[in-house]
Design a protein around this ligand. Structure first.
Ligand code: ATP
Length: 436
């Protein structure tokens, strides 16, 4: 039974000790202040799915900022308040975060002042949300603690695996929800419910996404690119006709096979022990753009305000992935140091792309070995050369580069040989550069 259900046991089971404690504490504080407080949105969905979700969103009938401050006080946390919106973030020292919002007070909008029903404010808050599965709340107040508030059948849709909007104009009102529908559908392996699907198709036909700002579009697109199943999400965007609004000028079918397998490659790199990159979304972005021309790529980077460093990585990949790939695929006659030098023209965010494009096992293995070699630092460095009595200058770089290549090509095998190699190199080239 959806209505009237109490899920406090499930909450206790699914939430971490801290999240559980915070929810209890929020209820106590609300009681003290004479407010009512609810956990709402994604956290409720994820409790019901028994999936851990660290983001707690609280909705307060009362002064949300005051509650946030009291909550922060109880934990020695900081508050970042946005007074204009009545919202606040409670920031814990270790980066954990609780969002607090003030439920809009309804009698402003209904001046006839009908007697307010229980939790009418939270209802109003929930009605503004995107999908039924995201529009549930949990009561955190006293004896009601754990009561599920589900006005729209979210729990049932969760059980049946359906993404359903709350009202017909939902996508017209906020076209970003088109991308969110795809994200939640593919993340959970759900289906967009049939009436909602018709609304999606109509909204796409009416090109509602064309009037969304690039900032908002990118914000949601980036969320997609950070998801584990980003490849499937992008495919679904294409199926639904949303792709061209997100990747204007990029032909989907040219990158489809790569996007399909990219996640697997990222996982393989991790299994091989390579550290994950800081911006995994950039791996997908690069893969999506690798087939396009530099002008299109550059204009998309500009549109989405990628910074210089990120744009540089995209363009470096476009310019270099083909030569890297063709060198890697040569069976013989290519030196390891040559391969390494080529590979260094690519950012690490392009490694999943390269791995995906290598379709034979021996090539993947060759790529892996190359990455291992690149990770190992030579034991001989500038300090060593300086201690030999040389003054820092261009010769340092040349010597270190030479020993780097020699090591990659197997000409030197250990520290002793590296040292001998460097000394010999310096002897042969002394005079070209000054030294003591
Ligand atoms: P995730 O697990 O990706 O963090 P989430 O549901 O917490 O999922 P958020 O983007 O943090 O996603 O949004 C929090 C909640 O705010 C959602 O559950 C939803 O109820 C509401 N929401 C977010 N964006 C919109 C939107 N564009 N329109 C309506 N409601 C939204």
């Amino acid at each position: 039974p959806a209505a009237g259900a109490n899920i406090s046991e499930l909450m206790h089971q699914v939430l971490g000790p801290r999240e559980w404690e915070i929810m209890c504490r929020a209820g106590e504080i609300a009681a003290r202040l004479g407010y009512r407080v609810f956990a709402a949105g994604g956290v409720v969905r994820d409790i019901l799915l028994k999936a851990g979700n660290l983001d707690i969103d609280l909705v307060v009938e009362g002064d949300g900022i005051a509650l946030a401050e009291a909550l922060a006080g109880a934990y020695g946390a900081q508050v970042r308040a946005h007074r204009k919106f009545g919202t606040a973030e409670v920031l814990f020292p270790d980066g954990f975060k609780v969002d607090v919002a003030t439920a809009r007070v309804e009698f402003y909008e209904y001046p006839a002042a009908l007697p307010r029903v229980e939790s009418s404010c939270v209802r109003h808050d929930l009605y503004r949300r995107d999908f039924t599965i995201n529009a549930m709340a949990v009561d955190l107040n006293g004896e009601h603690f754990g009561d599920l508030i589900d006005f729209f059948g979210g729990r049932q849709d969760l059980q049946q695996g359906l993404i359903r909007v709350l009202y017909n104009l939902s996508f017209i009102e906020d076209p970003i929800r088109l991308l969110r529908a795809v994200r939640f559908e593919q993340r959970y392996g759900f289906k967009i419910e049939s009436q909602t699907l018709k609304l999606v198709q109509e909204a796409v036909r009416r090109e509602v996404l064309a009037r969304v700002s690039a900032e908002r579009l990118w914000e949601e697109l980036k969320h997609i690119l950070m998801e584990e199943r980003a490849g499937r999400m992008l495919e679904r965007l294409h199926q639904l006709g949303i792709w061209p609004f997100a990747f204007h000028g990029v032909t989907y079918w040219e990158v489809q096979p790569v996007l399909h397998d990219l996640g697997e490659s990222m996982q393989l790199l991790e299994e091989w022990g390579f550290p994950p990159v800081n911006e995994p979304w950039l791996c997908y972005f690069i893969a999506a753009l690798h087939w396009t021309d530099p002008e299109t790529a550059r204009s998309l980077c500009e549109r989405y305000h990628l910074n210089k460093r990120q744009t540089g990585k995209v363009l470096a990949t476009l310019a270099n992935w083909r030569p890297v790939l063709s060198r890697l695929c040569l069976r013989d006659g290519v030196r390891t140091s040559e391969l390494a030098r080529a590979l260094l023209l690519l950012p690490p965010e392009a490694h999943p792309l390269i791995l995906t494009l290598l379709d034979e096992e021996w090539l993947k293995e060759r790529f892996r070995q190359l990455l291992v070699l690149l990770r190992e630092k030579p034991t001989v460095d500038g300090t060593y050369i300086k201690n030999l009595g040389y003054r820092p200058g261009p010769i340092f770089r040349r010597a270190l580069d030479a020993v780097w290549r020699a090591r990659l090509d197997g000409l030197v095998k250990n520290t002793e040989e590296e040292k001998a190699f460097v000394q010999e190199f310096l002897r042969r080239h002394q005079g070209e550069d000054s030294h003591d």
